[in-house]
Design a protein around this ligand. Structure first.
Ligand code: ZN
Length: 475
């Protein structure tokens, strides 16, 4: 029994020693053996979120311990860094990374973005009416999606008689359908514009000739235009021609033209006489001015020169139309013609010779360059006095003016016309100084005559019997 006990004791010691040794070895292995990092994710490796929402972290954990025996581990979760990669409209990856004790571990979680939102379609001109006699023409549309952006080109439009159906689908299969109700009708008025001037002057007892009009409509090819007027061309006054354009839906628009019936020979009206005179031509605008004078059947006086030889033959036109032709000098050269009485006479005679060539007559009428009160001749004291005496002795008559249009100070036709209209009111007989070499006078003479005739002035050409409006000779 004692022998057995002894044997038993030996075995126990041996076993305990083995256990002790294994335990020591285990701890040695646990402490000094190969280490590892374990990085794990809570939740799924693939998560779904709605477009526009943020992923809510489901958790992760990192531990550091023996590669084979996962006990007595150290929690190193706070050393994990998270980044994102491969980001698109439909997915991205979350990358969890840890770097610890020279070891590196990475794990990824895929996030899938789900789009449940439908695209939007917007219609251009959704309230617009389609002409009753026309087919609907696409006015346009725009389609946008929260994920895909502009997807207008993916819209399918189906046109029927009274509606258009628009359908679009985004890349996630969300669909949108909207309908445009096509309304037929026309509430836009036609457009009417007049051909020719808005105000037309016609001479008493002459016929009015309609210059015409243009009328267009958004729906109709042709537009009915009716006109009406109280015009009486046998009576001086202001009249209106009314134009009314009507489209097939009954929309109307109107235009008006003012007609002035004027009398160029109405001397009784207020008895005032106006002698328009044009100096320094003929020139490039003389022809246009002659046309305006014809329009009003008004005769004026041209104090002509030979300054613009190309236009000098217009003296014949001026004469044949009934205007008065008088001498203003051939050269209009102050230094030359005011040098001596002989110089003046020589220049005067050469111009009178040209007048004779185009009219068959010599004239007795003239106007001093600068007028009889000119100061340009001051370099030769007394010369104007001497010329005036000599010319008067020879039977010539000179004319100055009492109304200056100021057309040498401004090129504004309206201003020139206003100057004349205002000043002729102050005289029973007005001699108006103008220049047919000024372009502005094409328009200003038109206005002077239409206003003046309506106000009852009589426009006449100068004759040898007319008032002369002499200035005070001061040289
Ligand atoms: Zn002059």
């Amino acid at each position: 029994m004692r022998k057995n006990n002894k044997k038993y004791k030996k075995v126990t010691i041996l076993l305990l020693s083995i256990v002790f040794f294994v335990t020591i070895m285990f701890f040695v292995f646990l402490i000094f053996g190969e280490k590892d990092i374990v990085l794990t994710l809570s939740g799924k490796n693939m998560s779904y979120i709605n477009y526009g929402e943020n992923y809510k972290e489901e958790g992760y954990k990192a531990i550091y311990c023996n590669k084979y025996i996962k006990i007595f581990c150290k929690d190193i979760t706070q050393k994990v860094t998270i980044t994102e990669k491969n980001k698109t409209n439909i997915s991205y990856s979350k990358v969890y990374n840890i770097n610890f004790n020279g070891m590196n571990k990475t794990i990824e979680r895929k996030i899938l973005i789900v789009d449940k939102e439908s695209p939007e379609i917007e219609l251009v001109n959704s309230d617009l009416l389609t002409c009753p006699n026309k087919e609907y023409v696409e006015e346009g549309y725009n389609a946008t999606d929260n994920v895909d952006g502009n997807i207008t080109d993916k819209v399918i439009a189906t046109v029927e008689k009274d509606k258009v159906t628009y359908t679009v689908e985004d890349s996630s299969g969300n669909k949108k359908t909207i309908v445009r109700n096509v309304k037929y009708g026309d509430n836009e008025s036609p457009k009417i514009s007049l051909i020719g001037d808005e105000t037309i002057n016609i001479l008493l007892n002459n016929d009015y000739i309609e210059p015409g009009y243009n009328a267009t409509d958004n729906c109709d090819k042709t537009v009915v235009v009716t006109t009406n007027t109280n015009l009486n061309t046998n009576k001086v006054g202001d009249y209106t021609v009314n134009y009314e354009a009507t489209d097939s839906s009954g929309n109307k628009s109107i235009a008006k033209r003012n007609i002035r019936v004027i009398d160029s020979q109405n001397i009784e009206k207020n008895g005032k006489v106006v002698y328009i005179t044009f100096d320094d031509g003929p020139g490039p605008y003389t022809k246009d001015i002659l046309n305006i004078l014809d329009k009003y059947n008004v005769k004026v006086t041209f104090f002509v020169t030979n300054q613009f030889s190309n236009y000098v033959p217009l003296i014949k036109d001026e004469f044949e139309k009934g205007h008065t032709i008088a001498v203003h000098t051939a050269t209009h050269n102050f230094d030359k013609v005011y040098q001596s009485v002989d110089n003046y006479l020589e220049d005067f005679n050469s111009m009178n010779q040209i007048i004779y060539q185009y009219t068959g007559n010599y004239t007795k009428m003239f106007r001093f360059p600068g007028g009889s009160s000119n100061t340009a001749s001051k370099f030769n004291p007394g010369i104007v006095t001497r010329i005036a005496k000599k010319m008067t002795d020879l039977g010539y008559i000179y004319y100055d003016w009492n109304v200056d249009s100021m057309d040498t100070s401004t090129s504004n036709s309206k201003t020139i016309a206003n100057n004349v209209i205002n000043d002729i009111a102050k005289h029973d007989y007005s001699i108006v100084l103008m220049h047919d070499i000024k372009k502005a006078n094409i328009a200003s003479i038109d206005e002077i005559l239409s206003e003046g005739i309506l106000k009852g002035y009589t426009f006449l050409p100068l004759t040898e019997a007319s008032p002369t409006s002499h200035h005070r000779i001061n040289n």
